[in-house]
Design a protein around this ligand. Structure first.
Ligand code: PGA
Length: 284
């Protein structure tokens, strides 16, 4: 499996019309461009997940069918297990959610659980995004429970961490993020794969981005913490950067050491921009 990721976070944006044209562009261009070697994950609003998963699967199925016909083979001749493998190779986009509830079910009006997300084709779930921490008052303790529920359903958590402007100005940002990381990782759970997204709050949606050296300072600290204190819980990990990523700055950001990809907000709503960012990540 590819260990580099470009994750799209559409936040509360998008419609069926947008997802249809977005997928059309992304999947058509991906098929033409074998150079893409990063895993691309789309986290749309909940209402679109099911439809997007189905469209990606249908497109993959179509690609398998045409490849088989080029070799004078038919789908009916292929065994089920082999078919699953073939279709998976052509699933150029993975689907994720932007949040989940920490419980599997219960009286939590308006909430959706990890189990429900898995059922509609999610393979990734973002947890601890700073907008949820701010507007839904999510504390590290809740984020850790959510992460646990995602792992229990064999999906990959994308854990967001990041400091405010005040914390950075007081030069306590590294300590803050490292503490946030350990508080959000449940103690009693083995996590086969964790994606950590370093997203400084002061950079999200503002156009302000840290320097490559500032990103490296943080990715090095996150890597050290995961490799040392948290190695019994976290078996493998990738570290992403998020915050005002665009086609114009992604190549430079990706030159940071110990960085395995990007979490892209606003720019990911444009399929052309997202595809270009994935191409740049494939070269990095
Ligand atoms: P942005 O958002 O790219 O629009 O700054 C990133 C995020 O919040 O994940």
């Amino acid at each position: 499996m590819k260990d580099k990721y470009i994750v799209a976070n559409w936040k509360m944006n998008g419609s069926f019309a947008l997802s249809e044209s977005w997928l059309e562009y992304f999947l058509t261009n991906y098929k033409k461009d074998p150079a893409i070697n990063v895993s691309c994950v789309l986290c749309p609003p909940l209402t679109l997940i099911d439809d997007i998963s189905a469209n990606v699967l249908e497109s993959a199925f179509g690609s398998v069918e045409s490849e088989l016909s080029q070799n004078d083979e038919s789908i009916d001749d292929v065994q089920e297990e082999k078919m699953i493998e073939l279709v998976d190779n052509f699933r150029f986009l993975k689907v994720g959610a932007q949040d989940c509830h920490e419980e599997n079910s219960g009286a939590y009006t308006g909430s959706v659980s990890a189990e429900m997300l898995q059922e509609i084709g999610c393979e990734y779930v973002i947890v601890g995004h700073s907008e949820r921490r701010k507007y839904q008052y999510e504390a590290n303790e809740t984020v850790a429970k959510k992460l646990h529920s995602v792992v229990a359903k064999e999906m990959t958590p994308v854990l967001c961490v990041g400091e405010s402007k005040e914390v950075r100005d007081s030069k306590k940002h590294v300590d803050f993020v490292v503490k946030q990381l350990s508080s959000c990782i449940p103690k009693d759970v083995e996590i086969a794969k964790l994606i950590v997204a370093y997203e400084p709050i002061w950079s999200i949606g503002t156009g302000a981005i840290p320097t490559v050296e500032e990103i490296q300072e943080m990715t090095n600290a996150i890597k050290t913490k995961l490799n040392e204190d948290l190695s019994s819980q976290v078996k493998s990990f990738s570290i992403l950067y998020g915050g005002s990523v665009s086609v114009n700055n992604s190549a430079e950001i990706l030159s940071a050491k110990n960085l395995d990809g990007l979490l892209v907000g606003k720019a990911s709503l444009d399929a052309g921009d997202f595809f270009e960012i994935a191409k740049q990540a494939s070269k990095a």
